[in-house]
Design a protein around this ligand. Structure first.
Ligand code: ADP
Ligand code: MG
Length: 186
């Protein structure tokens, strides 16, 4: 269970989030809102990539400690930046991140297949189209077999077929006890 209590985020004079109280339980939760409504900020704060100006995030009732490596391992985040090494292939990237997160190596192959990247697994990331990069970024988050999955606009720039593959990869990842938050504009 993820809880936000009185979370505020500011950028200069812009208040991006103010007094956000939120409880997110098991299952897949959608975060909807127009551009600029604070979805990315909220996900980065939950992921621990950004500190709130006020308030706190709790996991299973406990406030997060910035240096909590165990918590970090439980979270898979895919944001606007692809977060992969451009000069490495998709598969090399995924194996690297899975190893860092302590996920089993054969899981990488499984994720590459379910998300439909098998025929591009050996391609360098900096040679991919925007849509393939986005899918590879989601694959990285899934390859870490996280208990908490945070996806920021995972369907952006994807055609219908690719969006369906991402959806089925998320469904394959999902099982009891796991929590996903997926931001989509609209
Ligand atoms: P969303 O993801 O819903 O589009 P964001 O969280 O990206 O919303 O942005 C929320 C607000 O914070 C917007 O007004 C945006 O302009 C502002 N903002 C986001 N990131 C930054 C930043 N790095 N510097 C300044 N302002 C920012
Ligand atoms: Mg955003």
């Amino acid at each position: 269970m993820i809880e936000l209590r009185g979370v505020r985020a500011i950028y200069g004079r812009t208040i991006a989030l103010d007094q956000v109280d939120l409880e997110i339980g098991e299952g897949i939760t959608g975060l909807f809102g127009p551009n600029g409504s604070g979805k990315s900020t909220l996900l980065r704060i939950i992921a621990g990539l950004q500190r709130p100006a006020r308030g706190e995030v709790r996991f299973d009732g406990r406030p997060r400690h910035p240096a909590d490596e165990n918590l970090r391992r439980r979270i898979g985040y895919a944001g606007h930046d692809v977060g992969l090494y451009g000069r490495l292939s998709i598969e090399e990237n995924l194996r690297l991140f899975a190893a860092l997160w302590g996920a089993p190596d054969d899981h990488v192959t499984h994720v590459i297949e379910t998300i439909g990247l098998a025929d591009r697994a050996a391609s360098r990331v900096d040679e991919l189209s925007a849509g393939l990069k986005r899918r590879a970024g989601v694959a990285r988050a899934l390859a870490c077999a996280p208990e908490i999955l945070l996806l920021d606009e995972p369907f952006a720039t994807l055609d219908d077929e690719a969006a369906d593959l991402v959806t089925s990869a998320i469904q394959t990842w999902h099982s009891p006890g796991r929590t996903a938050v997926i931001a989509t504009h609209g």
